[in-house]
Design a protein around this ligand. Structure first.
Ligand SMILES: [Zn+2]
Length: 266
C-alpha cells in the first residue's frame, strides 16, 4: 500500500478509492497531526482491499507507538488537546465501517495499551455486512448493542461514516443530507451523546460534502488524502495495514509529516 494514493486512483474503488476534488482550496493540515486509518481487525486471508490487520499486527503497532512515547486517541480528543496547545505525543487512531471484530479484537488491545480511538459506524447498516465491497469476505458490522458497548468504553469515540456507505461526491442533495445529517441524528440517539466526527466513505470528499458535514453540526471530518481541501472537515489520514511493520510505520510517519504544511486552527 503506497503512502499516498496516486491522483489517478480509480474513484470507484470500493474501499480505499480517493477522489481528488477539482475545486476548493484550503490550507493543508499541520505537520504534526497524524491520524491512522484502520478498518477491520481479524483474519487477513481473504482481504483484496487490504482493509484488515491481524490482532497480532495491531498489537505490534500499538507497542511500536508506546516505545516512541506516543499514545493513540480518538480524533476529537486529539483535536481538543491540540486546541489547548498540547497533544504532541498523541496519534489519532480511527477504525472505519464499524466492523463487529472491533469489540472482539481491537478493544481489548486498545485497553491493554491505554489507547483510545474513533470508531466510524454506519447506522443504516446495523447488524449488516460490508455489502458495498464487491469482492472479499463478507464481514459483519456492529449493531446497536455493540456500538453502545464501544461508546461506553473509556477513550472510545463514536463517529458517523454516513448511513449506508455511499460516495457523497456522487450523491444528490437529498441523499447527501440524509447520509450526513440523518446518520448524526440516529447515532446521537443511539449513544445518547453528541456525535462530533464524520468520516467520508471511500475517502471521497469535495467542497459540497464538506459544507454539508459542517452544517449538520459535526466539528470535524476525516478523509484520506483530501487533495487541495484542508482544515477540520478534510483531515488527512494514513492507511495502516497488515504489511506495516515497525520500519514501514516509521517511514509513513516521517513522510506524512514531511508532505504536510503547518496551519493554524486544526
Ligand atoms: Zn468505509
Amino acid at each position: 500500500m503506497p503512502v499516498t494514493m496516486p491522483a489517478t486512483a480509480d474513484p470507484t474503488h470500493p474501499t480505499t478509492g480517493l477522489v481528488r476534488p477539482p475545486t476548493g482550496v484550503g490550507p493543508a493540515a499541520p505537520a504534526s497531526l497524524w491520524v491512522a486509518m484502520y478498518h477491520s481487525v481479524g483474519d487477513c486471508s481473504d482481504d483484496p482491499y487490504r482493509i484488515t490487520v491481524s490482532p497480532h499486527r495491531l498489537e505490534r503497532q500499538l507497542r511500536w507507538l508506546r516505545r516512541r512515547g506516543l499514545r493513540g486517541v480518538g480524533v476529537a480528543e486529539l483535536l481538543a488537546a491540540r486546541a489547548r496547545g498540547e497533544g504532541d505525543g498523541l496519534v489519532g487512531l480511527t477504525f472505519d465501517d464499524g466492523y463487529a471484530d472491533f469489540t472482539e479484537h481491537a478493544l481489548p488491545l486498545l485497553r491493554r495499551y491505554g489507547c483510545g480511538a474513533t470508531l466510524f459506524v454506519l447506522p443504516g447498516r446495523l447488524d449488516g455486512v460490508n455489502a458495498w465491497d464487491p469482492a472479499g469476505a463478507r464481514k459483519p458490522l456492529l449493531g446497536k448493542h455493540g456500538i453502545r458497548a464501544a461508546a461506553a468504553t473509556e477513550g472510545i469515540e463514536i463517529g458517523s461514516h454516513g448511513l449506508t456507505h455511499v460516495d457523497l461526491t456522487k450523491a444528490d442533495d437529498r441523499l447527501l443530507r440524509s447520509e450526513v445529517a440523518g446518520s448524526r441524528a440516529v447515532l446521537t440517539e443511539l449513544v445518547g451523546a453528541p456525535v462530533r466526527g464524520f468520516c467520508y466513505p471511500y475517502g471521497a470528499v469535495d467542497a459540497r460534502s464538506a459544507d454539508t458535514v459542517r452544517d449538520a453540526g459535526y466539528t470535524y471530518a476525516c478523509a484520506v488524502d483530501p487533495g487541495p481541501l484542508g482544515g477540520p472537515y478534510a483531515l488527512p489520514r494514513v492507511h495502516i495495514g497488515e504489511r506495516d511493520t515497525s520500519w514501514r510505520l516509521h517511514l509513513k510517519h516521517r513522510l506524512h509529516r514531511l508532505r504536510r504544511h503547518p496551519v493554524e486552527g486544526v
